[in-house]
Design a protein. Structure first.
Length: 163
């Protein structure tokens, strides 16, 4: 789905920055509030610095991830937790991302099983001032290639063109 979305967004002329969180070294947030004391610079020095730069330049946030135990994988959750520095309620730096998109899949046979990941994403996005543009979920995707031929790929590509 991510590749289909990227293809559509590229065709529409959008600038795309892909961050593969599973390949990054990002430690968990310690809730020390050091980022606030340091005006948005976390005390941890790791790959989150590159993610932070991308977030601060973005107009749209697209999170593409398989559903793990009704939520996002731990590598993506680490990024979300480290976004604590942008907490708008407690005086964090403000992101200028206007819209958010979730692309997810899972081995489940029911789209109802995506309820928790969608609600988590909605809460995260809205708390950070982002309008949820779309949430696409594909069921029955267990292994690499299982999504091939799924009509959701066309939907993701179209969404990429429209964003």
């Amino acid at each position: 789905m991510a590749e289909a979305f990227i293809r559509g967004a590229g065709e529409a002329g959008h600038k795309i920055k892909v961050m593969r969180t599973a390949e990054l070294n990002i430690g968990g947030c310690r809730a020390c509030k050091g980022c606030w004391k340091r005006k948005g610079s976390c005390i941890l020095e790791d790959d989150m610095e590159a993610v932070q730069t991308a977030l601060e330049e973005a107009d749209v946030l697209v999170m593409a991830a398989p559903m793990y135990w009704s939520s996002v994988p731990s590598a993506m959750k680490a990024v979300i937790d480290r976004m604590y520095q942008y907490d708008p309620v407690n005086g964090g730096k403000r992101l200028h991302i206007e819209e958010a998109v979730l692309l997810t899949c899972g081995e489940t046979q029911s789209l109802d099983d995506f309820h928790m990941i969608k609600e988590f994403f909605r809460g995260f996005a809205e708390f950070n001032g982002m309008k949820v543009k779309a949430m696409l979920a594909a069921k029955a995707v267990e292994g690499i290639g299982d999504i091939g031929g799924n009509p959701i790929l066309e939907e993701a590509e179209k969404l990429g063109r429209e964003i």
